[in-house]
Design a protein around this ligand. Structure first.
Ligand code: FCX
Length: 437
């Protein structure tokens, strides 16, 4: 059975050659213009980053090495006794561009389980934090402090060749990915169930299986399956989104994978990005509180207008790139559609009903370029149904997942020898001067 390292060793020389040819043969080819609107408009649509694992099509949504979520659901190995994609098979695909076999997936699960325990100083650090400190802040702190273990940083200090960077980057990435569930579960336990013992890592279980166990929901097979799917499909969303872009920028300075990902997590913690999944549920719950159960479409329409007229965004709707309903939203809805107990839940019904009304309201409102739901619109209500009701914690789950994509890119940035990122900025006066020339 091959390891991810074996497969990467085969794939890297081919990609290195591809990059060399791109640079020498097409280095001056034009991919688009840089307009003033890009500079003042958050660089939306500007093609200016190399990101290997996934590409986002505005209409079709995310493709992982060219594969849709449904393609992945057909071919990526699930956990024993499960049906959904698991984090390990998605990570393997993102990292290598290859579909892993069942045996390769199991072996990666075992490797991660064996590496999954937290060092004692991290446990002490997390235990010392006040329970009022937002779980995302705690997650970022834990990830950053784990850089005490960084093999990449130690090797850099020792003095290694640039061509060796990726091997240490991979080692750190596997160690970090392995430890995220124990770290995230400890934060959950400390805030919501202080003093409750956390189960030990089961070496025969996949990463998310262990995560759910440590959260205290291991006996709930449906929640475990939901979180496997959730964590696999939140893993990567090309490179320009704020968490991916941030971790890539920080990693480009040769900061180690832990610091690079901690930085990405703090971008994920903003309400326009990952924190939207917390905000969606808060918003839908206050709608339910105000309007009661059995809410009509008209009532939802009025509530949407109330939100918009008060100058707030409708959380879970809109996107910087997407111009259609997010296929990740659709995949999570499809999970509900096969389970009558979920369809009967008032909060799941409310999310669905909101989806039936919101696009038309947002179109009429006329501001957002994309009136359709993004992944965050759907992700929280199912967690709520299964008893994971603490919505301040939801972005932490996103944070466990996004490591799949950010760490993949970290390894590739080192394998390809990508340089430090340093775009050019301009003042408004400098822009005006350039326009006049
Ligand atoms: N509700 C109300 N107004 C919205 C809106 C929404 N859901 N989405 C966009 N708009 C507004 C913008 O605020 C902007 O208004 P302005 O001109 O007064 O500044 C205008 O429409 C144009 O924005 P647009 O170009 O369509 O969107 P951006 O690329 O600037 O922003 C996000 C994209 C996702 C930030 C935006 O749609 C938003 O705020 N959505 C709500 C929060 C959310 O769900 N975020 C999660 C996104 C994602 F899936 C993730 O990262 O997890």
């Amino acid at each position: 059975t091959k390891t991810v390292r074996d497969v990467l060793e085969e794939v890297i020389p081919k990609k290195q050659l591809q990059l060399k040819q791109l640079k020498t043969e097409h280095g001056q080819a034009v991919l688009g213009d840089v307009k003033v609107e890009h500079v003042v408009g958050g660089m939306r649509g500007l093609k200016a980053m190399l990101w290997e694992a996934s590409v986002l099509d505005p209409n079709e949504g995310i493709r992982f090495h060219g594969m849709t979520i449904q393609d992945c659901q057909k071919v990526l190995p699930a956990a024993p006794g499960g049906k959904e994609i698991i984090a390990e098979s998605m990570f393997w695909l993102l990292l290598t561009g290859k579909v892993p076999t069942e045996a390769e997936t199991r072996q990666l699960s075992r490797e991660l389980a064996e590496k999954g325990d937290l060092p004692e100083y991290i446990e002490k650090l997390i235990d010392s934090l006040p329970s009022t400190l937002h779980p995302m802040t705690q997650l970022g702190m834990g990830v950053a402090a784990l850089n005490n273990e960084s093999k990449f940083q130690a090797a850099y200090e020792r003095g290694i060749k640039k061509s060796e960077y990726w091997t240490y980057a991979l080692e750190d990435s596997l160690n970090l990915l392995a430890r995220l569930p124990a770290l995230a579960a400890r934060i959950y336990r400390n805030i919501y169930n202080p003093g409750k013992p956390i189960p030990k890592i089961n070496k025969d279980l996949d990463l998310v299986g262990n995560f759910v166990n440590m959260l205290g929901y291991g006996s709930n097979h449906d929640l475990t399956e939901y979180l496997r799917l959730y964590i696999a499909i939140h893993g990567d969303h090309e490179g320009g989104n704020a968490s991916a872009h941030t971790s890539h920028l920080v990693g480009s300075t040769l900061s180690d994978p832990y610091l690079s990902y901690a930085a990405g997590l703090y971008a994920l913690a903003g309400p326009l990005h990952g924190l939207a999944n917390q905000e969606v549920l808060r918003w839908q719950m206050s709608m339910q509180k105000e309007l009661g159960d059995n809410i009509s479409h008209d009532h939802i329409r009025e509530y949407l207008w109330k939100t918009l007229k008060s100058g707030q965004v409708v959380p879970g709707y809109g996107h910087g790139v997407l111009r259609n309903p997010d296929p990740r939203f659709m995949a999570l809805q499809a999970f509900c559609d096969t389970r009558p107990e979920l369809l009967a839940d008032p909060i799941v019904q409310l999310v669905k009903k909101t989806y039936e009304v919101a696009p038309a309201v947002l179109k009429e409102h006329g501001k957002t370029k994309n009136p359709y739901p993004n992944v965050d619109a759907a992700s929280g209500c199912v967690l709520y149904h299964y008893g994971l009701t603490q919505f301040k914690y939801y972005t932490v789950i996103f944070g466990v997942s996004r490591a799949l994509g950010c760490l993949t890119q970290y390894v590739w940035a080192k394998a390809l020898g990508l340089p430090i990122e340093r775009p050019k900025s301009l003042s408004m006066d400098a822009i005006e001067k350039l326009i006049k020339q």
